[in-house]
Design a protein. Sequence first.
Length: 326
Amino acid sequence: KIILARSNMRRAFLPSLRRLGATAPDYAACGSRSLTTLRVAGVPEHFNAPFHLAKERGLYEAQGINFEWDMTPQGTGAMGQKLEEGEVDVAVMLSEGAVARIADGSPIKVIGTYVKSPLRWGIHVKKDSPIKDLTDLKGKTFGVSRLLSGSHLMAHVFAHERGWDPKIDAPLNIVGTLQGAREAMSKGEIDAWLWEKFTTKHLVDSGEWDIIGEVPTPWPCFLFIASDQALAAKKDAMRKMVEVTKGLCDEFKANAGNSTIAYVSKHHAVNEADAEEWLGGTAWACSLEVEDATFVKTQEALVTIGQLKQATAHDKLYSAEICKLT
């Protein structure tokens, strides 16, 4: 009778919590089964919509997962730190930043590929800036979210492609988030900012910034990364999470009834034409697989720009217990 009373109390209490926007406690000892809490970090960008849709529909909970999304606008560098410090279990990180961190000895591993299409990094400057051409950027200050972030690495990739010395010809200023970049740009503390072009498109449309070029990555843009600690305890939950999310990725890509275009336009300040262009160029893998070429290309670039002294053996970069190298 006591168990039944607790169950009834839970059913009565949780709807009230949800109406208030609160997080329900983990009732591991109640109900028919316990839930495994899986904390997943990601950036507030349109690529990650499938996670939110799956959570809203209760699909993770149906598979025994208490899914907690950790919004991390600071990007890949911050997510890597959260993994290392045990604040999250899994993160959706940029390939180049994740590989750089793992190769440098971080206790984290690649467990799969989330988005397999390249990321289109837009090169942004302040509206009416005297910088009109990519060659004008030599010696100018690049804003980056933090060291070892994608914005940091790609700024140096961009400089190296032009034969510049990244340390001299592309000095950096750490500004944190996109909002930090906006403030730094307006104050003249940075001259350029590299970021995913559709995430910043509304700033170009509004006349705050100009975009003067793009730097596409020659590798898949987002990988699933897990901490070694979480891998030891939560591999099954990770497998189920990826499987559930894959179904939503496929649905999102299908854009039935123009639903994806409408969602992206509503939630990410992108007009429908831009949303359609973004969707057309985006392909989700959402699988527990990673291509060998991803490790080859990212490490070649990292060694070339001096971020790594030498490439790391591929079997040190991913977890063979959960991820397949293809």
